[in-house]
Design a protein. Structure first.
Length: 481
Protein backbone atom coordinates (compact mmCIF):
# COMPACT_ATOMS: atom_id res chain seq x y z
CA UNK A 1 0.00 0.00 0.00
CA UNK A 2 2.82 2.39 0.91
CA UNK A 3 4.67 1.43 -2.25
CA UNK A 4 1.59 2.24 -4.35
CA UNK A 5 1.23 5.64 -2.67
CA UNK A 6 4.93 6.34 -3.16
CA UNK A 7 4.73 5.39 -6.84
CA UNK A 8 1.65 7.55 -7.43
CA UNK A 9 3.39 10.46 -5.70
CA UNK A 10 6.63 9.99 -7.62
CA UNK A 11 4.83 9.64 -10.97
CA UNK A 12 3.46 13.16 -10.61
CA UNK A 13 6.89 14.71 -10.05
CA UNK A 14 8.62 16.38 -12.97
CA UNK A 15 12.03 15.22 -11.69
CA UNK A 16 10.93 11.60 -12.03
CA UNK A 17 9.63 12.23 -15.55
CA UNK A 18 12.85 13.95 -16.63
CA UNK A 19 14.87 11.14 -15.04
CA UNK A 20 12.97 8.46 -16.99
CA UNK A 21 13.21 10.41 -20.24
CA UNK A 22 16.98 10.84 -19.93
CA UNK A 23 17.56 7.21 -18.94
CA UNK A 24 15.49 6.05 -21.90
CA UNK A 25 17.27 8.38 -24.33
CA UNK A 26 20.74 7.41 -23.13
CA UNK A 27 19.96 3.69 -23.19
CA UNK A 28 18.37 3.85 -26.65
CA UNK A 29 21.27 5.92 -27.99
CA UNK A 30 23.99 3.65 -26.59
CA UNK A 31 22.13 0.53 -27.77
CA UNK A 32 21.82 1.92 -31.29
CA UNK A 33 25.49 2.92 -31.36
CA UNK A 34 26.58 -0.50 -30.17
CA UNK A 35 24.30 -2.25 -32.66
CA UNK A 36 25.74 -0.08 -35.45
CA UNK A 37 29.26 -1.07 -34.37
CA UNK A 38 28.38 -4.78 -34.48
CA UNK A 39 26.56 -4.56 -37.80
CA UNK A 40 28.67 -2.11 -39.76
CA UNK A 41 32.14 -1.98 -38.16
CA UNK A 42 33.41 -5.31 -39.65
CA UNK A 43 32.45 -4.35 -43.17
CA UNK A 44 33.68 -0.79 -42.68
CA UNK A 45 36.96 -2.06 -41.27
CA UNK A 46 37.34 -4.58 -44.10
CA UNK A 47 36.73 -1.87 -46.70
CA UNK A 48 39.12 0.45 -44.95
CA UNK A 49 41.93 -2.12 -44.75
CA UNK A 50 41.33 -3.29 -48.33
CA UNK A 51 41.53 0.26 -49.64
CA UNK A 52 44.66 0.89 -47.57
CA UNK A 53 46.40 -2.25 -48.93
CA UNK A 54 45.38 -1.42 -52.48
CA UNK A 55 46.65 2.14 -52.08
CA UNK A 56 50.12 0.90 -51.05
CA UNK A 57 50.03 -1.57 -53.96
CA UNK A 58 49.26 1.32 -56.30
CA UNK A 59 52.21 3.24 -54.82
CA UNK A 60 54.47 0.31 -55.74
CA UNK A 61 53.06 0.35 -59.29
CA UNK A 62 53.80 4.09 -59.55
CA UNK A 63 57.34 3.56 -58.24
CA UNK A 64 57.99 1.27 -61.23
CA UNK A 65 57.18 4.07 -63.64
CA UNK A 66 60.51 5.72 -62.69
CA UNK A 67 62.33 2.80 -64.36
CA UNK A 68 64.25 1.82 -61.25
CA UNK A 69 63.56 -1.56 -59.60
CA UNK A 70 65.10 -0.37 -56.31
CA UNK A 71 62.29 2.21 -55.94
CA UNK A 72 59.78 -0.63 -56.32
CA UNK A 73 61.55 -2.61 -53.62
CA UNK A 74 61.43 0.41 -51.25
CA UNK A 75 57.70 0.80 -51.94
CA UNK A 76 57.18 -2.90 -51.14
CA UNK A 77 59.07 -2.48 -47.86
CA UNK A 78 56.68 0.37 -46.88
CA UNK A 79 53.76 -1.80 -48.05
CA UNK A 80 54.68 -4.54 -45.58
CA UNK A 81 55.61 -2.20 -42.69
CA UNK A 82 52.27 -0.36 -42.81
CA UNK A 83 49.86 -3.19 -43.63
CA UNK A 84 51.50 -6.34 -42.19
CA UNK A 85 50.77 -7.95 -45.60
CA UNK A 86 53.59 -9.85 -47.37
CA UNK A 87 53.93 -8.66 -51.01
CA UNK A 88 55.72 -10.89 -53.57
CA UNK A 89 57.26 -9.49 -56.75
CA UNK A 90 57.85 -11.99 -59.64
CA UNK A 91 58.88 -11.65 -63.27
CA UNK A 92 56.89 -12.79 -66.29
CA UNK A 93 58.22 -16.36 -65.97
CA UNK A 94 57.03 -16.63 -62.37
CA UNK A 95 60.46 -16.37 -60.81
CA UNK A 96 60.47 -14.52 -57.49
CA UNK A 97 62.31 -11.23 -57.81
CA UNK A 98 61.77 -9.63 -54.38
CA UNK A 99 60.11 -10.33 -51.00
CA UNK A 100 60.63 -7.80 -48.18
CA UNK A 101 63.00 -9.01 -45.41
CA UNK A 102 63.80 -12.26 -47.29
CA UNK A 103 67.23 -13.42 -48.69
CA UNK A 104 66.40 -13.78 -52.37
CA UNK A 105 69.47 -15.94 -53.38
CA UNK A 106 68.52 -18.85 -51.13
CA UNK A 107 64.79 -18.46 -51.82
CA UNK A 108 65.15 -18.71 -55.63
CA UNK A 109 66.87 -22.13 -55.44
CA UNK A 110 64.26 -23.56 -53.13
CA UNK A 111 61.10 -22.04 -54.65
CA UNK A 112 61.59 -20.77 -58.14
CA UNK A 113 57.96 -20.07 -59.08
CA UNK A 114 54.56 -19.26 -57.58
CA UNK A 115 51.04 -20.28 -58.48
CA UNK A 116 49.55 -18.19 -61.20
CA UNK A 117 46.35 -16.47 -60.35
CA UNK A 118 43.37 -15.65 -62.47
CA UNK A 119 42.84 -12.29 -64.12
CA UNK A 120 41.14 -9.54 -62.17
CA UNK A 121 39.99 -6.02 -62.94
CA UNK A 122 42.43 -3.45 -64.38
CA UNK A 123 44.74 -6.10 -65.79
CA UNK A 124 45.57 -7.63 -62.39
CA UNK A 125 45.11 -11.27 -61.44
CA UNK A 126 43.58 -12.83 -58.31
CA UNK A 127 44.18 -16.28 -56.93
CA UNK A 128 41.11 -17.88 -55.22
CA UNK A 129 41.57 -18.88 -51.54
CA UNK A 130 39.10 -19.82 -48.84
CA UNK A 131 36.55 -17.20 -47.69
CA UNK A 132 38.84 -15.92 -44.92
CA UNK A 133 41.53 -14.70 -47.39
CA UNK A 134 41.81 -13.27 -50.85
CA UNK A 135 44.94 -13.00 -53.10
CA UNK A 136 45.28 -10.11 -55.55
CA UNK A 137 47.80 -9.50 -58.34
CA UNK A 138 48.95 -6.25 -60.00
CA UNK A 139 51.32 -5.71 -62.98
CA UNK A 140 54.33 -3.40 -62.60
CA UNK A 141 56.18 -2.09 -65.65
CA UNK A 142 59.87 -1.30 -65.10
CA UNK A 143 62.06 -0.32 -68.12
CA UNK A 144 59.73 -2.15 -70.47
CA UNK A 145 59.77 -5.37 -68.45
CA UNK A 146 56.55 -6.55 -66.79
CA UNK A 147 56.63 -7.74 -63.22
CA UNK A 148 53.79 -9.24 -61.20
CA UNK A 149 52.92 -8.11 -57.63
CA UNK A 150 50.84 -10.53 -55.59
CA UNK A 151 49.53 -10.11 -51.97
CA UNK A 152 46.92 -11.88 -49.84
CA UNK A 153 44.25 -10.04 -47.71
CA UNK A 154 43.30 -12.08 -44.63
CA UNK A 155 39.77 -11.20 -43.28
CA UNK A 156 39.84 -13.58 -40.28
CA UNK A 157 40.72 -10.80 -37.83
CA UNK A 158 37.88 -8.60 -39.09
CA UNK A 159 35.28 -11.25 -38.26
CA UNK A 160 36.86 -11.59 -34.82
CA UNK A 161 36.00 -7.94 -34.07
CA UNK A 162 32.25 -8.62 -34.45
CA UNK A 163 32.51 -11.67 -32.22
CA UNK A 164 34.36 -9.71 -29.54
CA UNK A 165 31.73 -6.95 -29.64
CA UNK A 166 28.93 -9.47 -29.22
CA UNK A 167 30.65 -11.10 -26.26
CA UNK A 168 31.33 -7.71 -24.66
CA UNK A 169 27.71 -6.51 -25.19
CA UNK A 170 26.33 -7.49 -21.71
CA UNK A 171 29.13 -5.60 -19.95
CA UNK A 172 28.66 -2.63 -22.21
CA UNK A 173 24.88 -2.56 -21.64
CA UNK A 174 25.37 -2.78 -17.87
CA UNK A 175 27.93 0.02 -17.93
CA UNK A 176 25.69 2.14 -20.18
CA UNK A 177 22.70 1.51 -17.87
CA UNK A 178 24.61 2.56 -14.74
CA UNK A 179 26.08 5.58 -16.50
CA UNK A 180 22.66 6.60 -17.80
CA UNK A 181 21.16 6.30 -14.28
CA UNK A 182 23.85 8.50 -12.75
CA UNK A 183 23.81 11.02 -15.57
CA UNK A 184 20.01 11.25 -15.62
CA UNK A 185 19.87 11.54 -11.82
CA UNK A 186 22.31 14.43 -11.54
CA UNK A 187 21.05 16.16 -14.67
CA UNK A 188 17.40 15.89 -13.61
CA UNK A 189 18.22 17.25 -10.16
CA UNK A 190 20.16 20.13 -11.68
CA UNK A 191 17.33 20.87 -14.10
CA UNK A 192 14.51 20.47 -11.61
CA UNK A 193 16.04 22.26 -8.61
CA UNK A 194 15.37 25.81 -9.94
CA UNK A 195 11.94 24.71 -11.16
CA UNK A 196 11.09 23.44 -7.67
CA UNK A 197 12.20 26.77 -6.20
CA UNK A 198 10.01 28.58 -8.72
CA UNK A 199 7.09 26.33 -7.89
CA UNK A 200 7.54 27.03 -4.18
CA UNK A 201 7.65 30.79 -4.76
CA UNK A 202 4.68 30.63 -7.15
CA UNK A 203 2.68 28.72 -4.50
CA UNK A 204 3.41 31.47 -1.99
CA UNK A 205 2.49 34.12 -4.56
CA UNK A 206 -0.83 32.33 -5.10
CA UNK A 207 -1.45 32.84 -1.36
CA UNK A 208 -0.51 36.55 -1.76
CA UNK A 209 2.82 36.05 0.01
CA UNK A 210 5.46 38.03 -1.91
CA UNK A 211 8.32 37.88 0.61
CA UNK A 212 10.32 35.10 -1.10
CA UNK A 213 12.91 36.15 -3.71
CA UNK A 214 14.30 33.69 -6.26
CA UNK A 215 18.12 33.57 -6.60
CA UNK A 216 19.31 34.14 -10.18
CA UNK A 217 22.04 31.53 -10.70
CA UNK A 218 22.46 31.83 -14.49
CA UNK A 219 21.76 34.04 -17.46
CA UNK A 220 19.89 31.42 -19.46
CA UNK A 221 16.12 31.07 -19.87
CA UNK A 222 15.71 29.68 -16.33
CA UNK A 223 17.64 32.63 -14.89
CA UNK A 224 15.52 35.04 -16.96
CA UNK A 225 12.37 33.28 -15.75
CA UNK A 226 13.52 33.68 -12.13
CA UNK A 227 14.10 37.38 -12.71
CA UNK A 228 10.69 37.76 -14.35
CA UNK A 229 9.01 36.00 -11.41
CA UNK A 230 10.79 38.31 -8.95
CA UNK A 231 9.69 41.35 -10.93
CA UNK A 232 6.14 40.01 -11.17
CA UNK A 233 6.08 39.46 -7.39
CA UNK A 234 7.18 43.07 -6.80
CA UNK A 235 4.57 44.40 -9.23
CA UNK A 236 1.83 42.19 -7.76
CA UNK A 237 2.71 43.26 -4.23
CA UNK A 238 2.63 46.93 -5.25
CA UNK A 239 -0.65 46.42 -7.07
CA UNK A 240 -2.16 44.62 -4.07
CA UNK A 241 -1.10 47.44 -1.77
CA UNK A 242 -2.64 49.98 -4.12
CA UNK A 243 -5.80 47.90 -4.41
CA UNK A 244 -6.01 47.60 -0.63
CA UNK A 245 -5.62 51.35 -0.28
CA UNK A 246 -8.28 51.96 -2.91
CA UNK A 247 -10.52 49.35 -1.30
CA UNK A 248 -10.11 50.94 2.14
CA UNK A 249 -10.92 54.35 0.70
CA UNK A 250 -13.90 52.89 -1.12
CA UNK A 251 -15.12 51.20 2.06
CA UNK A 252 -14.78 54.46 3.94
CA UNK A 253 -16.63 56.32 1.20
CA UNK A 254 -19.38 53.69 1.18
CA UNK A 255 -19.65 53.83 4.96
CA UNK A 256 -19.65 57.60 4.88
CA UNK A 257 -22.33 57.60 2.20
CA UNK A 258 -24.36 55.09 4.18
CA UNK A 259 -24.10 57.25 7.28
CA UNK A 260 -25.05 60.34 5.29
CA UNK A 261 -28.03 58.55 3.83
CA UNK A 262 -29.05 57.36 7.28
CA UNK A 263 -28.59 60.87 8.58
CA UNK A 264 -30.71 62.28 5.77
CA UNK A 265 -33.51 59.84 6.55
CA UNK A 266 -33.35 60.64 10.24
CA UNK A 267 -33.11 64.32 9.44
CA UNK A 268 -36.21 64.24 7.26
CA UNK A 269 -38.08 62.25 9.89
CA UNK A 270 -37.03 64.71 12.60
CA UNK A 271 -37.98 67.69 10.44
CA UNK A 272 -41.43 66.24 9.81
CA UNK A 273 -41.92 65.69 13.54
CA UNK A 274 -40.47 69.07 14.56
CA UNK A 275 -42.64 71.00 12.08
CA UNK A 276 -45.77 68.97 12.55
CA UNK A 277 -46.19 69.71 16.27
CA UNK A 278 -45.96 73.54 16.12
CA UNK A 279 -48.10 73.65 12.98
CA UNK A 280 -50.78 71.62 14.70
CA UNK A 281 -50.63 73.96 17.73
CA UNK A 282 -50.97 77.09 15.58
CA UNK A 283 -53.80 75.60 13.52
CA UNK A 284 -55.64 74.59 16.71
CA UNK A 285 -55.30 78.06 18.23
CA UNK A 286 -56.37 79.82 15.04
CA UNK A 287 -59.39 77.60 14.58
CA UNK A 288 -60.42 78.08 18.23
CA UNK A 289 -60.06 81.86 17.82
CA UNK A 290 -62.09 81.65 14.61
CA UNK A 291 -65.06 80.21 16.50
CA UNK A 292 -64.36 82.31 19.66
CA UNK A 293 -63.90 79.22 21.80
CA UNK A 294 -62.88 80.20 25.35
CA UNK A 295 -60.24 81.01 26.39
CA UNK A 296 -59.01 81.51 22.79
CA UNK A 297 -61.53 84.34 22.33
CA UNK A 298 -58.75 86.51 23.78
CA UNK A 299 -57.37 87.07 20.31
CA UNK A 300 -54.46 89.46 21.08
CA UNK A 301 -52.94 87.00 23.57
CA UNK A 302 -53.17 83.87 21.40
CA UNK A 303 -52.29 85.67 18.20
CA UNK A 304 -49.08 86.69 19.93
CA UNK A 305 -48.44 83.07 20.98
CA UNK A 306 -49.16 81.83 17.44
CA UNK A 307 -46.78 84.43 16.07
CA UNK A 308 -44.03 83.30 18.44
CA UNK A 309 -44.56 79.68 17.40
CA UNK A 310 -44.36 80.64 13.71
CA UNK A 311 -41.28 82.76 14.41
CA UNK A 312 -39.62 79.74 16.05
CA UNK A 313 -40.57 77.60 13.04
CA UNK A 314 -39.08 80.18 10.70
CA UNK A 315 -35.85 80.08 12.66
CA UNK A 316 -35.82 76.30 12.49
CA UNK A 317 -36.46 76.32 8.74
CA UNK A 318 -33.58 78.77 8.24
CA UNK A 319 -31.28 76.53 10.23
CA UNK A 320 -32.41 73.56 8.14
CA UNK A 321 -31.57 75.51 4.98
CA UNK A 322 -28.12 76.26 6.38
CA UNK A 323 -27.56 72.56 7.01
CA UNK A 324 -28.91 71.64 3.58
CA UNK A 325 -26.51 74.09 1.96
CA UNK A 326 -23.55 72.35 3.56
CA UNK A 327 -24.90 68.87 2.72
CA UNK A 328 -25.38 69.73 -0.95
CA UNK A 329 -22.12 71.58 -1.58
CA UNK A 330 -19.99 69.45 0.76
CA UNK A 331 -17.20 72.00 0.63
CA UNK A 332 -16.21 75.06 2.60
CA UNK A 333 -16.91 77.52 -0.23
CA UNK A 334 -14.79 80.59 -0.83
CA UNK A 335 -12.15 81.28 1.78
CA UNK A 336 -10.94 84.75 2.67
CA UNK A 337 -8.67 86.21 5.31
CA UNK A 338 -10.53 88.33 7.83
CA UNK A 339 -10.20 89.63 11.38
CA UNK A 340 -11.73 87.11 13.75
CA UNK A 341 -11.36 89.69 16.54
CA UNK A 342 -13.60 92.20 14.75
CA UNK A 343 -16.17 89.49 13.94
CA UNK A 344 -16.44 88.41 17.59
CA UNK A 345 -16.75 92.01 18.81
CA UNK A 346 -19.52 92.74 16.27
CA UNK A 347 -21.51 89.61 17.20
CA UNK A 348 -21.19 90.40 20.96
CA UNK A 349 -22.48 93.92 20.43
CA UNK A 350 -25.43 92.67 18.37
CA UNK A 351 -26.39 89.92 20.83
CA UNK A 352 -26.27 91.89 24.07
CA UNK A 353 -28.54 94.69 22.82
CA UNK A 354 -31.65 92.52 23.26
CA UNK A 355 -33.70 93.66 26.31
CA UNK A 356 -33.71 90.17 27.86
CA UNK A 357 -29.90 90.11 27.88
CA UNK A 358 -29.08 93.49 29.34
CA UNK A 359 -28.30 91.94 32.72
CA UNK A 360 -25.80 89.47 31.18
CA UNK A 361 -22.17 90.50 31.56
CA UNK A 362 -19.72 89.58 28.81
CA UNK A 363 -15.98 89.63 29.46
CA UNK A 364 -14.00 89.85 26.23
CA UNK A 365 -10.59 91.41 26.46
CA UNK A 366 -8.67 90.41 23.36
CA UNK A 367 -5.19 91.90 23.53
CA UNK A 368 -4.15 90.86 20.02
CA UNK A 369 -5.47 90.89 16.50
CA UNK A 370 -6.39 87.38 15.34
CA UNK A 371 -6.51 86.76 11.59
CA UNK A 372 -8.22 83.71 10.11
CA UNK A 373 -8.45 82.31 6.59
CA UNK A 374 -11.81 80.52 6.29
CA UNK A 375 -15.34 80.85 4.94
CA UNK A 376 -16.60 84.10 6.44
CA UNK A 377 -20.32 83.22 6.46
CA UNK A 378 -19.78 79.76 7.99
CA UNK A 379 -17.49 81.14 10.70
CA UNK A 380 -19.88 83.96 11.52
CA UNK A 381 -22.77 81.49 11.92
CA UNK A 382 -20.64 79.33 14.25
CA UNK A 383 -19.65 82.26 16.49
CA UNK A 384 -23.27 83.50 16.59
CA UNK A 385 -24.61 80.11 17.63
CA UNK A 386 -21.93 79.62 20.31
CA UNK A 387 -22.55 83.04 21.89
CA UNK A 388 -26.34 82.59 21.48
CA UNK A 389 -26.16 79.32 23.43
CA UNK A 390 -24.06 81.01 26.12
CA UNK A 391 -26.77 83.68 26.55
CA UNK A 392 -29.63 81.16 26.52
CA UNK A 393 -28.16 78.64 28.96
CA UNK A 394 -26.16 80.77 31.43
CA UNK A 395 -27.58 81.05 34.95
CA UNK A 396 -29.08 84.42 35.96
CA UNK A 397 -26.78 87.42 35.59
CA UNK A 398 -23.61 85.32 35.58
CA UNK A 399 -20.63 86.30 33.48
CA UNK A 400 -19.93 85.00 30.01
CA UNK A 401 -16.16 84.80 29.46
CA UNK A 402 -14.88 84.88 25.87
CA UNK A 403 -11.22 84.18 25.08
CA UNK A 404 -9.56 84.71 21.68
CA UNK A 405 -5.84 84.60 20.98
CA UNK A 406 -3.20 83.53 18.51
CA UNK A 407 -1.59 80.13 19.10
CA UNK A 408 1.41 79.30 16.96
CA UNK A 409 0.31 79.53 13.34
CA UNK A 410 -3.36 79.11 14.31
CA UNK A 411 -5.81 80.48 16.84
CA UNK A 412 -7.74 79.55 19.98
CA UNK A 413 -11.31 80.63 20.79
CA UNK A 414 -13.47 79.68 23.79
CA UNK A 415 -16.76 80.74 25.39
CA UNK A 416 -17.43 79.91 29.05
CA UNK A 417 -20.78 80.35 30.79
CA UNK A 418 -22.03 79.30 34.19
CA UNK A 419 -24.67 76.60 33.90
CA UNK A 420 -25.68 73.22 35.22
CA UNK A 421 -23.21 70.43 34.63
CA UNK A 422 -23.92 68.38 31.48
CA UNK A 423 -23.70 64.57 31.93
CA UNK A 424 -20.54 63.29 30.29
CA UNK A 425 -22.45 60.73 28.21
CA UNK A 426 -24.58 63.56 26.78
CA UNK A 427 -21.72 65.83 25.62
CA UNK A 428 -21.10 64.02 22.32
CA UNK A 429 -24.81 63.60 21.57
CA UNK A 430 -25.42 67.36 21.71
CA UNK A 431 -23.87 67.69 18.25
CA UNK A 432 -26.47 65.36 16.73
CA UNK A 433 -29.46 66.95 14.91
CA UNK A 434 -32.56 67.69 17.08
CA UNK A 435 -30.93 66.34 20.21
CA UNK A 436 -31.81 68.30 23.38
CA UNK A 437 -30.95 67.94 27.01
CA UNK A 438 -34.44 69.19 27.78
CA UNK A 439 -36.64 66.23 26.82
CA UNK A 440 -40.02 67.98 26.93
CA UNK A 441 -39.67 69.29 23.38
CA UNK A 442 -40.34 72.85 24.52
CA UNK A 443 -38.64 75.14 22.03
CA UNK A 444 -38.45 77.97 24.52
CA UNK A 445 -36.43 75.98 27.07
CA UNK A 446 -34.78 73.34 24.89
CA UNK A 447 -34.17 75.16 21.60
CA UNK A 448 -34.49 73.56 18.16
CA UNK A 449 -31.69 71.04 18.66
CA UNK A 450 -29.90 72.23 15.50
CA UNK A 451 -27.56 74.92 16.87
CA UNK A 452 -24.65 72.67 17.90
CA UNK A 453 -25.28 70.39 14.92
CA UNK A 454 -24.77 73.35 12.57
CA UNK A 455 -21.66 74.39 14.52
CA UNK A 456 -20.16 70.91 14.16
CA UNK A 457 -20.98 70.77 10.43
CA UNK A 458 -19.44 74.17 9.65
CA UNK A 459 -16.30 73.51 11.74
CA UNK A 460 -15.73 70.00 10.36
CA UNK A 461 -15.92 71.21 6.78
CA UNK A 462 -13.30 73.87 7.55
CA UNK A 463 -11.00 71.49 9.43
CA UNK A 464 -11.35 73.44 12.68
CA UNK A 465 -11.11 71.43 15.91
CA UNK A 466 -13.74 71.88 18.63
CA UNK A 467 -14.73 70.49 22.03
CA UNK A 468 -17.43 71.01 24.67
CA UNK A 469 -16.23 70.40 28.24
CA UNK A 470 -17.57 70.62 31.78
CA UNK A 471 -15.74 72.81 34.27
CA UNK A 472 -16.20 73.41 37.98
CA UNK A 473 -18.51 76.40 37.55
CA UNK A 474 -20.06 75.77 34.12
CA UNK A 475 -19.51 74.72 30.54
CA UNK A 476 -16.82 75.83 28.05
CA UNK A 477 -16.94 75.53 24.27
CA UNK A 478 -13.48 75.51 22.67
CA UNK A 479 -12.40 75.67 19.05
CA UNK A 480 -8.93 75.96 17.53
CA UNK A 481 -6.77 75.39 14.51
Amino acid sequence: MLAIKWMSKVKNKISWKIFLVFVSIILIFTTLVYAMLILFLPQFYYNYKTNQINDYADEAVKAGENGDLSNVEKALDEFMDNTNILPILTDSSGRIIYIPNVNMSSLNTAMPTIVQGSESESGSTATQYPEQSKTKNKSILVDGQVYDLSYTINVQKINDIANVLLQFAPYFVLFAFILSLLTAYFFSRRMVRPLLRMNKVAAKMAKLNFTEVLPIMSQDEIGQLSGNLNEMAINLEQTMLELNEVNEKLQKEIEKERQLEEMRKNFVTAISHELKSPLAAVMGQVEAMRYNVAPYDNHPKYLQESYQILEQMSKMIQEMLDVSKVEQTNHMGQQTMFSLTEMVETIINNKKTAPSRIDKKIIFESKEEVKLTANYAFTEKVIENIIENAFDYSIGDSEIIIDLRNRGEGFYFSVHNKSARIPEEELGKLFEPFYRLEKSGNKKTGGTGLGLFIIAKFLNIQAIQYKLINENDGVTFQMWR
